[in-house]
Structures are given as C-alpha cells and as structure tokens.
Design a protein around this ligand. Structure first.
Ligand SMILES: Cc1cc2nc3c(=O)[nH]c(=O)nc-3n(C[C@H](O)[C@H](O)[C@H](O)COP(=O)(O)OP(=O)(O)OC[C@H]3O[C@@H](n4cnc5c(N)ncnc54)[C@H](O)[C@@H]3O)c2cc1C
Length: 475
C-alpha cells in the first residue's frame, strides 16, 4: 500500500479562510494563548500548530475540514487535551478544538438517552443526567476537563467499567465529520440496529484518525439510591481476585468499582497529599476499594455480611465500610491522590495494561521481577481497576538516580512489562490508547494481519492521510 503525500504547512491564505468560517475570535495563532492547548499532561510531547480553530457547530467543523483538505493541510482533533499518549499533540497540523460545541441537545428520560455535543465536558454531561434523576456512569480523574468527543475517541473506561462498560458500551449513536468534509449523521437512539457494519465503533477508539466526532447519543441508567463503599486490607493480590468473585455474587452483581491499591501507592499518597489518612488500624500489603450502587434498597446487609464472613475466615485482613458521605469521599480521595503523589518521588514510567482478571496476581509477580532485574531499586507503584484486569503498573525511579537517565530507559523497562502482558494474553494499552506514545508497541504486538487491516480501514476513511497523522502509525 502506498503512503499518502505528506501534509503541507498552513499558509496565511488558509488561516484567512478559517477566520471567515468561525470568526476571528475563534482562530488562535498567538503563542501564549496557544500554550495550554499544546502542553501535554505528562510533558512527554510538545506540540506545534499554525492555528487553533474552534468551530461553533457541525457545519463549521465540516467547512474547516474541507478547507484544510483542499489545502493539503493536516488536522488534529482535540477535546480537553487530557489524553495520556500524545494523541492530540499536533506536529504542525491545524488544531481543531471542540470546546465551543458543548451543548446538551436532548435528554430522554423514557428511552434513557442523552444527546450531547462532542465538546461537552464529561462532568457537565454527568450533571445533566443527575438533574433528571439518571446516571451517566463514565467517571474518571480528568472528568472536570475532558470532553465527550475525547472520551469517545479514546474509548475511555474509568472507575465503573465493571458494571457499565467503556464508552463503546455507553454509546448508541454518533455524528461525525469525515476526512472528506462530509457529515455522517448517525445519531440514532436505538438499542437494536443490525443493519450492517457498526461504523460508529470504528470512530470510537479511533483517536481522531478517522474523522471528527461532533455529537453522540449516550446511554443513561437509573440514578443510584444506595451506595456502599468499603476499604479492605489484604495480604495478597490473590485475595483480591477471590473477594471480587464473592462480592459480585453477594451483591447480586451491583458492584460498580473494584480498585486495587498497593501499600507503596498508598504510602506515596499519605506522604505527599494533604488531607489523606491511613484508612485502617494497621498497614496491609494490598487494599481494595469496592463500591456498589443500587437504584433501590435491599442488599445492604448481604454486602456487609459478605465482608464480615470473609474477615471471619481470614480471606481478608481488615475492612471498613464507609458510614457517611465524608468517609466515602476520604476513601476515594486516597485512590485519586495516588495519581498526583507519584511525581513527588521523581520520574515515573507509566504502564496502563490489562490481563485476564484471574492472571492479575501472576502478572504483578512476573512484571515486578522483570523490572527489578533490569533496574535494581526501581519502585513499582501498582494500582488500578482490578475488576477489569486493568493495572496501572507505574515504575518510579530508584532513589538517587538521575531523572533523565532513568526516563531514557522508558522502553527498555516498559517494554519488559509489555512482554509479560503479551505472554499472559493481555493488552499493553488497556485504557489510554496508542496516540503517538505507543506506536512502537502497536507495531511489536499487533499481528501483521491486524496491522494491515488497520491501515486499510485508515485509508478507506482518509485516503489523503490528513486526519491526525502520526497517531497509531509513524507514517
Ligand atoms: C487525571 C487523569 C485520569 C484519567 N483517568 C482515566 C481513566 O480512569 N480511564 C480512561 O480510560 N482514561 C483516563 N484518562 C485518560 C483519558 O483518555 C482522557 O482523560 C480522556 O478520555 C480524553 O478526553 P479529552 O477530551 O481530554 O481528549 P484529548 O486529550 O483532547 O484527545 C484524546 C484523543 O482523542 C482525539 N479527539 C478528541 N476529541 C475528538 C473529537 N471530537 N473527534 C475525534 N477525535 C477526538 C484526539 O485527537 C486524541 O487522539 C485519564 C487522564 C487523566 C489526565
């Protein structure tokens, strides 16, 4: 297959035409104003762009795409710029940010659907559902700034996948501007629609390589009337896996979150983040933060009895059930604090991997042995959505080592983890996607058959290769 011609640089003529579509206030070329859109959360990528363009509606988005394509200029779609793999970091392309397209178009409490524009911030969509006594269950640390279009394009997962699934499961329809500038209105609110290929699933998780998502129909659920949250101390990851199976049955499958936390991860949070408290009487090697929701009361004592039974048998070491909203918030604060606490301990090499749930203990043991053999003194910070088999297996530098020298070993160390993941039938990118960061691993671990199909899908949608070039593939 031949590669498309490389993108051309944008010239003043194109910028003028873009201004004529969206107005001068919505085309940004000033370096200082551009800076926050080019900064990437982990500082791994430094984007560059001739212009940031912010359309106000789908027609303007389509007009921008048509103008760029006619000029042979690449486009990078961008949402809240919270993605963790450099997917929205442009390399000289026009940056198309959806932030002005942030309206809630409709909420249907009978069909339990919400139609939102792609630039709607996730927390705004959650609040709209809540105001109608409904739940939009996607929940993640960046929810105050990430946008629905970005959540869709990365197939975001987050804290409630165990019960509600990822964005793929939470989406009924989408509207998108395709790389030729045509508008695809796929905003159907149907639970059943077997009419050929499910095209929306190609754009979901497509990381902006197949088009610009402009709106979506999302699924809603009854709002939870009961929430039970427990923090549990354990000796071994195996105990967490056994407890997961037991808790799902005892709660009639109403478990929403089941998060694993290592003691080192907790220690970092307690050391560096104000307002965090050691949650149980004595320290434990591992913890689980478990939460269940129900739309009506009924199974509260069954969940409590299950925890008491597990404690009585020695299957877990300790457990605290939140007795108030404040206590629940303090448990979740610990989980969230882990993410920000790591930077105070020096450089960190991040792995966001998944394996079959039953293989998590073996993964943790084998991956830790692999990185410790390569880098004595390395500090593994393991935590994550163990109910989904998804572990953030982050590697904090050994104390006293020079930061950049450690970061220069990123792929030696992350690659060793990915090899263990591969051997266990897992995925080297469970949640965050490929972007520009993980192209190397995509080429290593996807089969030639899959890679060839992915390239064919890309060129069927985007024969000119102008929609987010550099994501997934080097060229
Ligand atoms: C603190 C923190 C916690 C996180 N926790 C989780 C978690 O628990 N689970 C999880 O899955 N992820 C998590 N993430 C990463 C997550 O993928 C992103 O935060 C979020 O989904 C990206 O949304 P965004 O609007 O910021 O997209 P951006 O970062 O702007 O873009 C991400 C990708 O989507 C593309 N894109 C954006 N908008 C569009 C659009 N409208 N049309 C087409 N393509 C588009 C971009 O080109 C890029 O490739 C976390 C990130 C942070 C910073």
């Amino acid at each position: 297959m031949t590669s498309p011609a490389p993108s051309r640089p944008a010239d003043a003529g194109l910028i003028e035409k873009l201004v004529s579509v969206v107005g001068v206030a919505h085309v940004v070329t000033d370096a200082q104003a551009l800076a926050p859109y080019l900064a990437e959360p982990r500082g791994l990528f430094h984007g560059s762009t001739p212009a940031l363009v912010c359309p106000g509606n789908t027609e303007e988005t389509a007009a921008i795409v048509r103008l760029c394509v006619a000029a042979g200029v690449a486009i990078v779609p961008q949402g809240g710029n919270t993605g963790l793999v450099g997917g929205s970091a442009p390399d000289g392309a026009v940056l198309l940010n959806l932030e002005r397209m942030n309206r809630i178009r409709a909420l249907d409490p009978i069909g339990n659907t919400l139609i939102v524009e792609a630039g709607c911030v996730l927390a705004t969509a959650q609040r709209a559902a809540d105001a109608a006594q409904r739940l939009f269950p996607l929940s993640l640390g960046a929810e105050g700034s990430c946008q629905i279009g970005g959540n869709l394009s990365t197939n975001a997962g987050g804290l409630a996948v165990l019960r509600y699934g990822t964005m793929r499961d939470l989406t009924l329809g989408i509207e998108a501007v395709l790389p030729d500038g045509s508008v695809w209105n796929g905003l159907k609110a149907l639970r059943k629609d077997n009419t050929g290929y499910d095209l929306k699933q190609l754009l979901i998780g497509g990381e902006g390589t197949l088009g610009v998502i402009t709106a979506a129909v999302l699924k809603l659920f009854p709002a939870p009337a009961v929430t039970q949250t427990a923090l549990i101390g354990l000796a071994r990851p195996q105990d967490a896996i056994a407890l997961l199976a037991r808790a799902r049955i005892a709660s009639a499958d109403t478990l929403v979150a089941f998060e694993l936390i290592s003691r080192r991860a907790l220690d970092f949070a307690l050391r560096h983040i104000a307002g965090t408290l050691d949650p149980l009487g004595a320290p434990h090697a591992w913890y689980v933060l478990a939460e269940r929701h129900a739309s009506a009361p009924g199974l509260e004592s069954a969940f409590e009895d299950m925890l008491a039974g597990a404690l009585g048998e020695g299957a877990i070491a300790d457990a605290a059930l939140a007795q108030s909203g404040a206590q629940r918030a303090s448990f979740w604060k610990l989980r969230e604090a882990i993410v920000s606490a790591q930077r105070f301990e020096g450089a960190s090499i991040k792995n966001d991997v998944s394996v079959p749930v039953a293989a998590v203990p073996e993964f943790l043991a084998r991956a830790e042995a692999a990185v410790a053999a390569l880098c004595p003194g390395i500090r593994v910070v393991a935590f994550g959505h163990v109910g989904d088999g998804n572990i953030h297996f982050n590697l904090t530098q050994p104390e006293g080592v020079e930061r950049q020298a450690y970061l220069d070993r990123w792929w030696e160390l992350a690659g060793a983890v990915d090899e263990v993941v591969q051997a266990l039938g897992g995925s080297f990118s469970a949640e965050h996607g490929i972007g520009r960061l993980k192209r190397r691993e995509l080429a290593r671990f996807k089969s030639p058959v899959e890679l060839a199909l992915m390239r064919r899908v890309k060129s069927a949608f985007d024969p000119l290769g102008l929609m987010n070039p550099g994501v997934f593939f080097d060229s």
